[in-house]
Design a protein around this ligand. Sequence first.
Ligand SMILES: NC(=O)c1ccc[n+]([C@@H]2O[C@H](COP(=O)([O-])OP(=O)(O)OC[C@H]3O[C@@H](n4cnc5c(N)ncnc54)[C@H](OP(=O)(O)O)[C@@H]3O)[C@@H](O)[C@H]2O)c1
Length: 247
Amino acid sequence: MSTTLDGKVALVTGGSRGIGAAVALRLAREGADVALTFQQNQHRADDVVEQIKALGRRALAVRADSADPSAVAAAVDRTADTFGRLDILVNNAGAFLLGPLEQLTLPEFEQTMAVNVRAPFVASQAAVRHMPDGGRIISIGSNVAERAVFPGFALYSTSKTALIGLTKALGRELGPRAITVNLVNPGATDTELNPADGPNAGAIVGHTAVGHFADPADIAGAVAFLAGPDGRYVTGATVNVDGGFTI
Ligand SMILES: NC(=O)c1ccc[n+]([C@@H]2O[C@H](COP(=O)([O-])OP(=O)(O)OC[C@H]3O[C@@H](n4cnc5c(N)ncnc54)[C@H](OP(=O)(O)O)[C@@H]3O)[C@@H](O)[C@H]2O)c1
């Protein structure tokens, strides 16, 4: 087992399944104690917690809807209070609302921006109050921020593109504290949100260079690199982990 994150504490939002769960488990395998948030499924969160504990790490699941800014900030504070520090924040929870422009509603706009943009902002703000020098903020965006292949993505693409600006601005601002801030943009990744055997999978895969979906572990690998010591000189960057979708 690797120990590049020995003694570190991480918080992963939306860490109870999919990409977030893969990230939480990878960071734990690298040596970190890990807190994760979830919205609805306590048993899924508990399952990931048990897997982390089986790796010999401490783990905590916090129900915190990313649409609620006070819940997001409280989850950050609870992580730091429980484990005594906070080194790594992974903003992963996302809202995925698609539809033609004329049919998208203002509540859908507010929900998307609250979860995909405001929550990473609020969590980052709360996290840097706890982070020592050398901390890490990593957000999970999407390759559709870089390339608009399909119609119906007005809300989702807009929200994920905002993370590029947040990442650059915070990278600049927090550099003097050696806190790096980066964005990982997954492509099609086999999760319950976007199953590799779903109805649109063939069309999506056709736009990749490698011809298949990512496994959540592929995204977690990029996050682990940025979270670890080898990532210390990378900041403000957007890393596409999309099998060539954006080539
Ligand atoms: N899968 C892809 O192809 C893909 C591609 C590009 C980008 N992404 C991005 O990757 C991230 C994770 O996607 P995924 O495919 O892993 O999704 P997923 O399989 O649907 O898992 C979502 C996770 O986030 C939690 N969650 C959902 N809404 C939340 C909220 N409002 N507050 C707190 N937690 C919430 C869920 O918890 P509950 O079970 O409790 O609801 C679950 O743990 C998202 O930001 C997504 O936009 C995914």
